[in-house]
Design a protein around this ligand. Sequence first.
Ligand code: SAM
Ligand code: SF4
Length: 457
Amino acid sequence: MKHINEDKIVGLIEKAKNVSARDIKAILEKSKLLKRLTLEETASLLAVKDEALIKKIFDAAWYVKDTIYGRRMVIFAPLYISNICSNNCLYCAFKSDNKLVERKALSLDEIKNEVELLLKKGHKRILLVAGEKDDNVSYYVDAIRAIYSVKIGKNYIRRVNINCAPLSVEDFKKIKAAGIGTYQLFQETYHDVTYRKVHPKGPKSDPDNRLDAVDRAFKAGIDDLGIGVLYGLYDYKFDTLALLSHIEYLEKTFGLGPHTISVPRIEPAFGSDFSKNVPYKISDSEFKKIIAILRLSVPYTGMILSTRESSGLRDELFSLGISQISAESKTSPGGYQEGRKDIASQFAISDERTLDEVVASLIKKDFIPSFCAACYRKERTGGTFMNLAKPGAIKDKCTINGIITFKEYLDDFASDEVKKNGNNLINRFKERLGRNDKALLEEYLKNIEQGARDEYI
Ligand code: SAM
Ligand code: SF4
């Protein structure tokens, strides 16, 4: 696979087996200065087995996350618009060979209907998801416009991100012009032989075309990009280091790494035996280690966790480096309609809590549930965002904007209990701010109480 030197990665994993506790402590000290780690240093952290050292890795991950992003947790919902797909990814319910799944591409009215349901729950950020079809770009553009067009009172979707198949530079320009925030594309695995085995048919069977798509998106001017590994396909140490080599390549070529990293693990998918017999299954403790180490290795990159993971584990992972989560998700086209179970989901969801319940648990853990889309709308994207994130200067904006959007949620959607606890949380956080920030926030909160919406700094 392009940009990925498999022998080098295997060599680093081998060499790391001899790393000493002293070396690990020195790497963690470097991390605490918010410095990006090398592949070699990351390989060393991945080799750690000693429980006491793992605990130190976790503590360092929390320190880095808290210093850069603070205690806000951005919330979004996926919106599946189509499960029609010309690929045959062995792990996915939407694979073309799966005759058990009814195929459906939502009409624009159906998309708007889904958006209304999400808005009524309190969502403000959507991740549009679709299977792959040749002529999809005009459908994506129409879908993005349809999503932004829905208004319920003062509520509307403020940021649409998209996870769809690779496009040409021209087509990427079209979805950018339609107003997408982040373009997400997971390489699934960077191990060439495995990649080809699990993607036997369709355009996705070419790993280099998929890898190149991230370059094409950059070239089209999309500077917020999301990449990821589908954990379970191959050895997690290899894929984590390969993901980081991909990032090194992007940094060298475009002067900028990804905006976000996603860490999906394979979940059981209807009609996919493969997904029920995961070849490189990783345990929860390995998963926690991966997330903490990614946080240390690329300290300023956002990290996304979906409802594939259970509520208990998600709550733990918030403290290890995750900065964005989905909540109350459905993974089938039309899935937000009450009682609709006729269209199969892409994979099983573990965290089935409502948005209000997820918000309640964030409050309990002293995190600010955030629906913020300010950076994208203030053109703080790509390098501009990273220049603020790297020294930890985005934190103040995130905290204030997070609280503003949280207050809107409390006033418009929250249950009584969440409202009470949420307002207490806001008061606690207000006291932690400096004098100027506190005065600024108080002004915004007053505006919200008087009916203003969608204000941000
Ligand atoms: N079709 C496009 C593609 O494959 O890139 C975009 C949408 S696809 C629905 C989004 C992601 O879902 C894939 O990149 C893959 O990582 C993930 N996925 C597919 N099957 C899965 C499963 N059984 N468990 C967890 N994640 C899965
Ligand atoms: Fe299609 Fe994406 Fe599923 Fe593969 S992962 S079958 S490309 S929807």
